[in-house]
Design a binder for this molecule. Structure first.
Ligand code: ADP
Ligand code: MG
Length: 395
């Protein structure tokens, strides 16, 4: 971005990184008809995406979600109508310059295979001619933000990462130049359910810090309910069926189409509105990596626990062992994080349940900002909550 393309401060080395929050996006009577097609893919869409919110686009396949998204960063241009970002018509900028101010994350992360993780993330800052030191520290910050240990991952190539890790790098790359707007097209569609849930949690915690305007396409109503400040439910030709908060869409579907789309059992879906935060967390006795296993097991047993929870130096979960395992271990090691069942405090009750069913501990560890350990949610706490929710929901 040059100083002439935007009313934001230019991200030069001499100015501090701007505190960019999101920018409002407005569609005014936007039509997109692809060449050679009679019916428009997007027909007269008018819509305001408020600054700093996450809006989830959902609707049947082919209804125009991707087309709508791609008009925001001018991968497609509307046939008619206008789109503004932060009050500025997007046609007033060169399309390439515009795209450097809008993060774009698609399924699989779409990383360049011949570039390392660090090089992939540094791509846009490099194009914007940030100086080397600034790029280096930005890459370090972003890796931390998306939960990847820089010393382990920055020099790896994409094929040396799991699908979930690649997706994390994709998110980091999308955020690299601190864009006010982040576009995501089914970003978590290709990963397994537990990884997807962690990535969603990650995104919510990132959004807590950054307050971007995020437009995210999904085909998963639970994901829309979980992540969205608002949900845009579209029908054929990107006709708005309902644009509202998750709560209102679940409680007051505007018409039969919405009702069908949201699906039966929406009282169960309300569980996607409840967060782990709403439950009582238990605060067990904890141990640190490197503690004597036997001593830690004795302390846990004395506190009435059936296992030993181990944290690293930054209070992130590093191990979760039965009393027997811990006793036999000598000094407590750190496990690979894949083996510990962890959810973010903003995870939904459904997520917590899924994680528990995949773990052998009858509970799940809850973390907050920057993965810091907050406590344990037990299976009983979840089932109690579900029971209470059902008693409160008239059916
Ligand atoms: P969604 O993302 O909701 O599945 P799309 O925006 O990809 O929907 O597609 C909307 C409609 O536009 C579909 O009928 C699709 O076939 C058509 N379409 C999408 N991209 C193109 C293109 N590049 N050229 C012609 N038609 C397209
Ligand atoms: Mg699509």
């Amino acid at each position: 971005m040059s100083t002439t393309t935007s009313n934001q401060p230019a991200p030069g080395a001499d100015s501090p990184a701007p505190e960019v929050s999101g920018a409002e996006i407005v569609f005014d009577d936007v039509v997109k008809t692809y060449p050679g097609q009679s019916a428009p893919a997007v027909n007269s869409l008018s819509l305001t995406v408020p600054a700093g919110e996450i809006v989830m686009f959902i609707g049947p396949s082919g209804c125009g979600k991707t087309t709508t998204l791609k008009m925001i960063n001018r991968l497609h241009d509307p046939t008619s109508g206008t789109i503004t970002i932060g009050g500025e018509d997007i046609r007033s900028k060169d399309a390439t310059a515009l795209r450097r101010t809008i993060g774009y994350v698609i399924q699989g992360g779409s990383l360049f295979p011949h570039m390392t993780v660090a090089e992939n993330i540094a791509l846009v800052p490099g194009l914007l001619k940030w100086d080397k030191d600034r790029i280096h520290s930005r890459v370090e910050d972003l890796l931390e933000l998306v939960g990847l240990d820089s010393s382990r991952y920055r020099d790896r190539y994409p094929k040396e990462l799991s699908g979930g890790q690649q997706q994390r790098v994709g998110v980091a790359r999308g955020l690299a130049a601190d864009p006010p707007v982040l576009l995501m097209d089914e970003p978590f569609g290709a990963v397994d359910p537990i990884t997807r849930q962690r990535l969603q949690d990650e995104l919510m915690s990132i959004q807590d810090e950054l307050q971007k305007t995020i437009v995210c396409v999904t085909h998963d109503i639970d994901e829309a309910v979980k992540l969205g400040d608002r949900i845009l439910l579209l029908g054929e030709g990107a006709k708005i069926a309902q644009y509202d908060t998750p709560q209102n869409i679940l409680a007051n579907p505007a018409n039969e189409f919405v009702e069908d789309f949201v699906g039966a059992g929406s009282s169960l879906k309300q569980l996607s509105l409840s967060r782990v935060d709403d439950l009582d967390l238990q605060s067990p006795v904890i141990a640190s990596v490197g503690d004597e296993g036997r001593t830690a097991a004795e302390a846990a047993r004395a506190a009435g626990q059936r296992d030993v929870i181990v944290l690293d130096a930054r209070r992130r979960p590093a191990g979760w062992y039965s009393l027997g395992e811990a006793t036999r271990m000598g000094r407590l090691p750190a496990e690979s994080d894949a083996d510990i069942s962890v959810v973010d405090r903003r995870a939904t009750i459904n997520d917590a349940l899924d994680s528990m069913l995949a773990s052998s501990h009858g509970g799940v560890l809850v973390t907050g900002r920057r993965d810091e350990f907050l406590g344990v949610v037990t299976f009983e706490a979840v089932t109690d909550h579900i029971r209470a929710a059902h008693e409160d929901t008239p059916s």
